[in-house]
Design a protein around this ligand. Structure first.
Ligand code: API
Length: 288
């Protein structure tokens, strides 16, 4: 019998980033990667991330969350999924201020009407924090390129870790580059020993960025909250924008505020319930 058989699930999304919430607090068990991959099949329960909730280990927090990509790998951060679990837990408890733990630290979430704000913590810029394969003095622009060697299409990305690794390539027009083409080789480039989420970013103005993301362990998604945070701080570090920006993704807008007082990244955007149900043997069958 599949480990997850008969477990209830809630399908949600954050700006079209497809999220499955598995509340495992009553009877915790690890999500087998092969069962995650089986569920993610297009005709079963396609998702970008599973947000699996476990019993809290710190007083005052609602749950310890583990984040699983559709390829079964684990991530330290998921901005859109964090807003989803905040809305889920608010629905259960009636509270509008929720705290979660994750491998990357504490996630403080506040709900104000349709706007959910998650404190995504402090970004890290050291080469070993990203991580990169070797020392790099300035992570605002690293030596990496894609496309023909003599005429690279993408070059000199900024890199940052916001609980997960991100590389951001600055381009004139995000629609003029085929991210699905370059995403896989960049995600798996040996310079990124833990792989990386790959973004194309277009500066629209000092307070506005357009963004497309090739997610590690997933592929192209409608939105990626952690990439929006990573891009906002990388743009501010380069002086391309201020510290508060609207990030427009294919699925919609997020507002990122890189707070001056403590360098925390506050991400504000919506989340949505879609439907719920129970995982069946058939959904988990053929797991490989
Ligand atoms: N969708 C997520 C990002 C998942 C990150 C994951 N693809 C990884 O780092 O492995 C977000 O909204 O932040």
């Amino acid at each position: 019998m599949a480990a997850l058989e008969n477990r209830p699930f809630v399908k949600m999304n954050g700006l079209g980033n497809e999220i499955v919430v598995l509340d495992l607090r009553d009877a915790p068990l690890a999500v087998p990667p092969e069962e995650a991959r089986a569920l993610a099949r297009p005709d079963v329960l396609p998702f970008d991330q599973i947000m699996a909730l476990y019993p809290p280990t710190t007083e005052g927090t609602s749950a310890f969350v583990r984040i699983i990509n559709s390829d079964g790998s684990e991530s330290g951060a998921c901005g859109n999924g964090t807003r989803c679990i905040a809305l889920y837990e608010a629905g259960r408890t009636g509270r509008d201020h929720l705290l979660f733990e994750s491998v990357a630290g504490l996630l403080d979430c506040r709900i104000a009407g349709a706007a959910i704000t998650a404190d995504m913590g402090v970004p890290r810029f050291g080469w070993a924090d990203i991580p990169l394969a070797g020392p790099v003095a300035d992570t605002r622009a690293i030596e990496l390129q894609a496309g023909p060697a003599e005429a690279p299409v993408l070059r000199a990305p900024s890199v940052v870790n916001v609980g997960n690794p991100h590389a951001i390539f600055w381009v004139e027009d995000i629609d003029a580059v085929d991210l699905a083409h370059y995403g896989p080789e960049l995600e798996h480039h040996p310079i990124f020993p833990a792989r990386a989420n790959i973004s194309l970013a277009q500066i629209v103005g000092a307070d506005h960025i357009r963004l497309k993301v090739w997610e590690r362990g997933v592929g192209l998604t409608r939105a990626c909250g952690s990439a929006a945070c990573a891009t906002a701080v990388a743009a501010a570090r380069l002086g391309l924008t201020g510290r508060r920006v609207t990030v427009t993704l294919p699925g919609g807008d997020l507002v990122i505020d890189w707070r001056v007082s403590d360098d925390h990244m506050l991400m504000t955007g919506p989340a949505e319930f879609e439907f719920d149900g129970q995982l069946s043997a058939a959904m988990l069958a053929g797991a490989a």
